[in-house]
Design a binder for this molecule. Structure first.
Ligand code: AMP
Length: 210
């Protein structure tokens, strides 16, 4: 299955991608994660990308597409994948139109005020990628899976958050119409398991049809 996951920062998109990846055996391809890897490895390109990400701005389309294409060419993507963070605009959707057929698009939805609250309180594990929130029960500041100290992403600070949500509203909303009846809309106002239940049912049926 070749899937696209839409959802603003803080919607729980990354968490859903991990659950889908585990249940359906397809890799989660996050353009944000690919960029953060490039930033970590340093160099001029890393610095350029880092400065854009920290301001909450998008990386240019051509560069994003190149990075994505290289990742999709790898063996583990042969039987499908779940795209997390791409496309983020109609222009990007056009770029992948001839690359593969999209089987379904899952749109994770939550009001913006709620997203802002979740994002400032979001904390991540640098070691295993686990996502937590200082308001969740039992939060200790350490990863629940591997015990590593959690950190806050630079673009999860208030100014960058506002910029990211504005960009999302303007550019990603038109994608819902673009993908038409391939889209499943799911509210993430409940727990991760509640959000995931209808997604799993939908994808199980889709997989059985294929
Ligand atoms: P994310 O982890 O998906 O929130 O992405 C973090 C940052 O990476 C974004 O704020 C952008 O600066 C950059 N980025 C990720 N995906 C894309 C994309 N599809 N197009 C352009 N920039 C992206």
């Amino acid at each position: 299955m070749k899937l696209i996951l839409l959802g603003a920062a803080g919607s729980g998109k990354g968490t859903m991608a991990k659950k889908i990846s585990a249940d359906f055996g397809i890799p989660q391809i996050s353009t944000g994660d690919l960029f953060r890897e490039i930033v970590k490895s340093g160099g001029e390109l890393g610095e350029k990308i880092s400065s854009l990400i920290n301001k909450g701005q998008l990386v240019p389309n051509e560069l994003t597409f190149e990075v994505l294409k290289q990742r999709l060419d790898q063996k583990d993507c042969k039987n499908g994948f779940i795209l997390d963070g791409f496309p983020r605009s109609l222009a990007q959707a056009e770029m992948i139109k001839d690359l593969f057929d999209v089987d379904a698009v899952i749109s994770i939805e939550l009001p913006f005020e709620e997203l802002e609250k979740r994002l400032v309180n979001r904390r991540l594990c640098s070691s295993c990628g686990e996502i937590d929130n200082i308001n969740y029960e039992g939060f200790t500041g350490k990863c629940r899976k591997c015990g590593t100290k959690l950190f806050q992403r630079d673009d999860d600070k208030p100014e960058a958050i506002k910029a990211r949500l504005e960009v999302y509203k303007k550019d990603v909303t038109p994608l819902i119409n673009f993908y038409g009846d391939k889209v499943l809309k799911v509210s993430s106002s409940g727990s991760p398991d509640e959000t995931y239940a209808p997604v799993k049912t939908f994808l199980t049926k889709l997989e059985a049809k294929a």
